[in-house]
Design a protein around this ligand. Structure first.
Ligand code: UD1
Length: 416
């Protein structure tokens, strides 16, 4: 599948932001810890979410989608997560924490995911080892033994999102034990996972801060839960609005989750109004470059918005230097953008962008999820017809991306 985009239109209108992919994925894994019915409301059908539910179904969970809600119930009937799907989905690693919490043993394959650099799991394993969990490795499989698991103080060497979530889940059902995670990730999606676990009767405190404390409980019960809006999708639409010009209104998002982006967009020349769960962006002039953009862990500028922001710099007036500190190979989109006339040079974790007044249409291929979304934004400002291929990358994390942009006035079609 590909998108055919005819650039040049301004964007006007309103969108409601869907629930956050990066909150939903660990939450789906967390349902393994509860045999009763978990209803996750208003679920967008991201490809990653479909893949994750498929894995759970293969493990024995009952899965259904009703009125836009995802309903998960029953117990898994195997603790071996060995299937093709886990090779393409990084989030399959979350099942390690949730399965070990409830069943105290697991066998998993190494997880897959976006090709944005090495994605080791050493911080996950080091943290889980601190809880007394033992690992052996053979034939590309990870054998986990949590028969002697206990609560402990775990200090992460880096505030990894996935490791924080995995250790939080592994500690949830350690009845009577206390686990403290220090130097943990503070992303809003971590807070969502804690809120979800607590909605089932878990006792997780401090999520969103540098130290999380988990009081282990014996059992979790049924729940109904709705996740926060997707800050990365929202940020992508804001950048689209800034690049194309016009006036867009995005509902269903707490602007506090996007403050570094909002500062950059204002410094670029956009007018932005903020409300408790709504952002309005307006721009009718050429954007100014941001001199220095550095990705950081939350609450810094998110690595997941680096590609769309890089694309924005290609048409902004001036020079921008982008430093990617989180992932080592997140500039793959640069060579595709060069085909569209962008002036970018990449050296290791730095990209230098000299803004041009126009991009030209081209045939390009999505290198990864966020880079793919960035290419669509480039297509929206290149006058003429661009073809963006391998859009399955985009559909892993954006739901109805083409339809949403179309509703704002963009010319974009999905074709075989
Ligand atoms: C999550 C997000 C992803 C986002 C990233 C950083 C989900 C499903 N995905 O990914 O969209 O880009 O956070 O905000 O929530 N690292 C190690 N060893 C480990 C774990 C991580 O070296 O054991 C490194 C990674 O290679 C990477 C950095 O730490 O360079 C950040 O990774 P992490 O925070 O764990 O990101 P993910 O949970 O994979």
């Amino acid at each position: 599948m590909k998108y055919i985009v005819s650039g040049g239109n301004k964007l006007f209108g309103k969108l409601t932001i869907d629930s956050a992919k990066n909150a939903i994925l660990p939450i789906i894994a967390a349902t393994i810890m509860c045999d009763e019915e978990c209803v996750i409301k208003d679920i967008p059908l991201y490809l990653d979410v479909m893949e994750m539910t498929l894995i759970l179904e293969k493990l024995g969970k009952k899965i259904s989608f009703k009125n836009g809600n995802l309903i998960i119930s029953g117990a898994i009937n195997t603790t071996s997560v060995i299937m093709a799907e886990t090779k393409t989905l990084r989030s399959s690693i979350f099942m390690m924490g949730s399965i070990l919490s409830k069943y105290r043993k697991a066998i998993l394959t190494y997880p897959g995911g976006c090709d944005i650099g090495k994605r080791p799991i050493d911080i996950h394993l080091a943290g889980l080892k601190k809880l007394g969990i033992k690992f052996t490795f053979a034939n590309d499989l990870i054998y986990c033994d949590a028969s002697k698991v206990f609560g402990n103080v775990v200090e992460l060497s880096y505030p990894s999102v996935g490791a924080t979530e995995n250790i939080m889940m592994a500690s949830t059902l350690l009845d009577g034990e206390i686990t403290v995670i220090k130097n943990c990730a503070r992303e809003p999606e971590i807070v969502e996972l804690a809120r979800f676990i607590n909605s089932m009767g878990g006792k997780v405190f401090g999520a969103g801060y540098e130290t999380i404390v988990i009081y282990g409980v014996k059992k979790l019960h049924k729940t109904e839960f709705k996740c926060i809006g997707d800050r990365i999708a929202c940020g992508t639409y804001l950048i689209a609005g800034a690049m194309c010009g016009g006036r867009i209104e995005l509902d269903g998002i707490d602007p506090n989750f996007l403050l570094p982006l909002i500062v950059f967009l204002r410094n670029s020349g956009c007018n932005i109004d903020l409300f408790s769960d709504r952002i309005i962006l307006e721009n009718f002039s050429r954007l100014k470059s941001i001199e220095k953009i550095e990705t950081e862990t939350y609450p810094g500028f998110p690595t997941d918005l680096q590609s769309p922001m890089l694309v924005m710099q290609t048409i902004s007036k001036g020079i921008s230097i982008i430093h990617e500190t989180v992932f080592e190979a997140r500039f793959k989109v640069a060579s595709e953008l060069q085909k569209m006339g962008a002036k970018i040079s990449v050296s290791e974790r730095y990209a230098t962008v000299v803004g041009v007044s126009k991009l030209k249409p081209a045939q390009v291929v999505c290198p990864d999820l966020r880079g793919g979304a960035g290419l669509v934004l480039a297509g929206l400002v290149a006058h003429g017809k661009s073809e963006i291929d391998e859009i399955f990358h985009i559909e892993r994390g954006y739901y109805n991306f083409d339809k949403n942009l179309k509703s704002l006035g963009a010319i974009i079609d999905k074709v075989d």
